[in-house]
Every structure is written in C-alpha cells, then in structure tokens.
Design a protein around this ligand. Structure first.
Ligand SMILES: *Cc1c(COP(=O)(O)O)cnc(C)c1O
Length: 219
C-alpha cells in the first residue's frame, strides 16, 4: 500500500469511530528493511519509525537522523537491562516496558540525563507463555510499583496472539487503559490497523504494508 492509502484508511476508521482526524500516529516499522527503502519513506515526509532491536537501530538511524533531524523513533521490541542507556539515547518512545527493574533503571538514567522517552507498558493480553508483556491480572500491581518513579507513562501496548481475533485484544487493552487513565494505545499492525483505530489506537505499528516484505538476511 502507499503511505497515502494507509493514511486514508486510518482517517476513515477515525471518522467511523467518531474520533477527530489526525489522532492516530502511524509508526512505520522499519525493522529488516534496507536503508534505501527507509530513506524513500522519509523523503515522502514520514517521520515516525519503529524498530524492534536496539542493535539494528544503532546501525541504521544515527546517519539517517543527521539527514532528517525531526525523526521520532519508537522502540517496539524487548528492552534488556544492559541496553537501557543506548535505548534512551536513540528512542523517543518505548512501547515495550514490562519489568520494574528496567523502569527503575530508566528512572535513574532520566534523573542523570534530564531526559526520558515516552513510555508505554506492554500487556500480554493473550497470556501467552513465550510473549513479553505484563499479564493483565498483574497490571494494577505493576503500575502501582512504578508510581513512585514518576515516569512519563502514557499508555499501553499489545501484540495479539497470531490466530486470535485481534479486535478482542484491542478492546481489552482499551478497557485496561481507560481504567488507569492512560490515553495512549499502541495496537494494530499491517493486517488489522483499521480495526485498531476504530477501537481507539493512538499508535498503529505498520511494517509490511508500508515497506513491503522484510529482508531476513539483514539480521
Ligand atoms: C514487526 C512488528 C510490527 C509490524 O508488523 P507488520 O505485520 O509488518 O505490519 C508491529 N509491531 C511489532 C511489535 C513488530 O515487531
């Protein structure tokens, strides 16, 4: 799909849900895409990009950022303790916070540096054993533990199980966010972003539909 087609589907879904236009941010997921492909999307004026791995982002983005300084980078993949500093230098928004220990480290480094990325808590809405994210039943306790750290936590993120009806997970995530007064919802990918927008997504994370197939040899 072209960027214009994706944006237009997002606008249609916003309107269908009675939401104001432009309240969803399209995060173009650039993982495993060649730099030239990413540059084309930058040249079309797009500025929000997502990556899964810090190492890959460190290879790709410092140069592109020199050319396009107003880029906003979103970390979508797991964050390990030894990479927190590197992630905070590179990323504007982290969608995958799910451990108190990592939150503490972010808070420490934010105090020292005076800057902190926006943070979303990943929720394992499908309660899948192999998947990252806080269990829905643990979310209250998790957010309570984070409160004293005074971090800029703005919302929740989920990656629904492969074979489930995604909308059920989007609805659950929206309900959890509302209960906690969190305004951001990061949900919806290439196959289901319109449904996510109808259910309130403020960030959709779209890779394949923006760029085409990923090139796994780039890993
Ligand atoms: C890769 C990825 C996406 C994008 O997936 P597509 O199906 O290519 O749109 C979205 N979110 C996360 C967390 C991802 O890892």
């Amino acid at each position: 799909m072209s960027l214009a087609e994706i944006r237009s589907e997002i606008e249609t879904a916003e309107a269908a849900a009675g939401r104001p236009p432009g309240t969803t941010t399209l995060v173009a997921v650039a993982k495993l895409q060649p730099v030239e492909r990413v540059r084309q999307v930058l040249e079309q004026g797009h500025r929000d990009f997502g990556e899964n791995r810090i190492h890959e982002a460190q290879r790709k983005w410092p140069n592109l950022r020199n050319e396009f300084p107003d880029v906003r980078l979103h970390l979508l993949g797991p964050l390990q303790s030894n990479k927190v500093g590197a992630a905070m230098e590179l990323f504007d928004v982290v969608h995958s916070l799910d451990r108190v220990r990592i939150a503490r480290k972010i808070a420490r480094l934010a105090d020292a540096s005076g800057r902190c990325p926006g943070l979303l808590v990943q929720v394992n809405t499908g309660e899948e054993r192999q998947k990252s994210g806080v269990q829905p039943s643990q979310l209250d306790a998790f957010l309570d533990e984070l409160k004293p750290l005074d971090l800029p936590i703005t919302g929740l993120m989920c990656i629904p199980p492969m074979n489930d009806e995604a909308a059920l997970h989007f609805g659950l995530l929206a309900a959890l966010a509302e209960r906690h007064g969190l305004s951001d919802l990061s949900m919806g990918m290439s196959a289901d972003f319109a449904s996510a927008v109808r259910l309130g997504a403020t960030f959709v994370r779209v890779g394949t539909a923006v760029f085409g197939k990923r090139d796994y040899s780039l890993r």
